[in-house]
Write a protein that binds this ligand. Structure first.
Ligand code: ATP
Ligand code: MG
Length: 565
């Protein structure tokens, strides 16, 4: 096992010896389950110590920049100091306690990292949420979690205040701003005067740590509750092998702070490896700015949604040969082989793929250095045992479409969500025999590579053929007229259901004859994929409906087709 870390930082062995030593201690592997784990004390404080001993390079722990030219660099020692102060602000000034819920609704400001880790130090369960939320989204989250506190900016403070009658349960309101606001505690000044001495809680690995909201691609967002085991999972050999991060890496995950991807990519994964977390306060998301950022800062690693890579490619810049970028990984939505290939051609870097959910964290992926199979989302990342199962939980053979399931019996693996908060019915619903059913349809080949077909609801059943939207979308993407497309099922009096494509055209094709283009695109799909998949209906649209995360809401288009909206 130790050999597998060769070439990486020594943290896992050292850290593991801290909590796994003693007679009869299990050897360090993907299946260990120490009773206690706390990311703040085991990871952050460890790297702070390494810095003090001169055993970590000069790169900061957090490197934050914005469009106004502001820049901030914090070492692990500073992070430790500041997050201990934050822990004291949360418990002493705000009176929050272990087990209380705190809504954390901040843009990519450095304080997001302070509050998240401050909560981990104190056992306060934090709930990241995107700042793009509106009043009704916020009140839904507060009510569902019975949150005791909220941390947000001056833009959202009045919105929160307007909800006081609907949700009177807020004991603490913390403001991150340079201005003050009546009724709100000023985080920036409190932290300056708070004590840097704080004793981290000894959290049990399976104690709750955070609640993440799903993207709401298919309905209302669900609250997935995670234990400290989620952070421990980043620590396991398989996760380290997946990303293969070094302390010298500068890791950029531009995902919104409201999503689990940000928690993994902007906090847990890079810091576990002692790497630098790079943050750009880009707001709103701007691909041109992203390109400049890749040229300006020594970013080595980027984890983002496929749409981010897609938008960068669509800029048609003169060069995408980034000086320091070494590795890219896309996750959160289907990555089309066409985009993967374009990215490789233009940047010279392979675009890897990962698959995960708010419920599961990173689930499978192409490990760094592993052979890429176009369109595959990679292999299972232990301790997850992933199988393709039928609706009763029976394992299906390779190359057979089924549900993507994660084994939860006899033992639920580390990193899998505890439950949907306040929703035992839904929690039970997703259990399927010995498995957790992700609700996604996929196949696995004989080498263990998984291929995503679509969300169970998105699969089209046309004249007995089962068609995953991304197969058709990928074929369409190869045509120069198509900037983006969404393929859904549409009712048909004879066939029952047919394939319909909603297409956003590239600027060059906007003035083309639509009937002609429809025929051409249909012909194109027939020529590059099995002809039965071609879209019998085509509609050109200026934009596609998307979630705040930028995922295509196929369910919305489908409901419209079936007249349910
Ligand atoms: P909701 O559950 O509220 O409808 P959501 O499922 O989009 O929203 P998330 O937890 O953010 O919320 O996203 C997880 C889903 O994203 C997966 O279940 C899958 O459908 C999709 N996904 C993630 N990674 C990939 C990938 N590599 N390829 C295809 N789809 C992916
Ligand atoms: Mg989901």
């Amino acid at each position: 096992i130790l050999k597998s870390f060769h070439g990486f930082h020594p943290a896992p062995q050292r850290l593991c010896s801290r909590f796994l030593s003693g007679p009869g201690a299990p050897s360090w592997n993907d299946y260990v389950r120490p009773k206690e784990f706390n990311f703040a004390s085991y990871v952050l404080d460890y790297w702070a110590q390494m810095e003090m001993e001169g055993k970590r390079g000069p790169n900061p722990a957090l490197w934050w920049v914005n469009n106004q030219g502001d820049e901030l660099k914090w070492s692990f020692r500073e992070m430790t100091d500041l997050t201990r102060r934050t822990a004291n602000v949360l418990t002493q000034t705000c009176g929050l306690q272990e087990g209380d819920y705190l809504a954390l609704i901040l843009p990519r400001v450095p304080e997001w990292w302070l509050v998240a880790v401050g909560c981990i130090r104190t056992g306060i369960i934090f709930m990241p949420g995107t700042t793009q939320m509106k009043a009704k989204d916020i009140v839904y989250r507060l009510q569902a979690s019975k949150a005791k506190g909220i941390v947000t900016t001056d833009t959202l403070a009045p919105v929160v205040d307007s909800l006081a009658s609907e949700y009177p349960g807020l004991k603490t309101k913390l403001l991150v701003s340079d201005q003050s606001c009546k009724g709100w505690l000023d985080f920036r000044s409190l932290i300056k005067s708070a004590s840097p001495d704080h004793v981290c809680i000894k959290s049990k690995t399976l104690d709750p740590m955070a609640v993440f909201f799903t993207s709401g691609t298919s309905g209302l967002p669900k609250m997935t509750k995670h234990s400290h085991g989620l952070a421990l999972r980043s620590f396991l050999p398989s996760c380290r092998q997946f990303l293969k991060l070094k302390t010298s890496d500068v890791f950029w995950c531009p995902s919104d702070t409201g999503w689990i991807m940000s928690m993994l990519g902007s906090l847990l994964e890079p810091w576990t490896a002692g790497s630098t977390v790079f943050v750009h306060h880009l707001s709103p998301f701007d691909p041109k700015n992203m390109i400049q950022t890749f040229f300006k800062y020594p970013i080595t690693y980027c984890l983002a949604a496929p749409s981010v890579f897609r938008m960068i490619l669509q800029q048609n810049p003169t060069s995408l040969r980034f000086p320091t970028l070494e590795h890219c990984c896309a996750g959160g939505e289907a990555l089309l082989p066409e985009e993967q290939e374009q990215w490789r051609k233009q940047t010279g870097i392979l675009l890897y793929q990962a698959y995960g959910q708010s419920e599961t964290g990173v689930t499978c992926g192409i490990f760094r250095g592993m052979k890429i199979k176009p369109g595959s989302m990679g292999k299972a990342i232990p301790p997850f045992d992933i199988q393709i199962i039928d609706d009763k939980g029976n394992i299906l053979p390779p190359d057979t479409e089924g549900n993507l399931g994660i084994r939860i019996k006899p033992v639920k693996p580390l990193g899998l969500f505890m439950c949907y908060e306040n929703d035992p019915v839904k929690t039970e619903e997703v259990e399927c025999g010995d498995f957790y059913n992700t609700g996604d349809r996929a196949t696995v080949d004989t080498e263990g590579y998984f291929f995503f077909l679509g969300r169970a609801d998105d699969i089209i059943n046309a004249s007995g053929y089962r068609i995953g939207p991304s197969e058709v979308e990928n074929a369409l993407a190869e045509h120069p007229a198509v900037a983006e497309s969404a393929v859904v099922s549409s009712p048909d009096p004879i066939r029952g259901e047919v394939v319909k494509a909603f297409i956003v055209l590239t600027p060059k094709f906007l003035s083309h004859d639509r009937d002609q283009l429809t025929k051409e695109l249909q012909q194109h799909v027939k020529s590059v994929t099995a002809p039965y998949k071609y879209p019998r209906k085509v509609e050109f649209v200026p934009v596609l409906p998307k979630t705040i995360t930028g995922k295509i809401k196929r369910s919305e288009l489908r409901k419209k087709e079936f007249g349910q909206m």
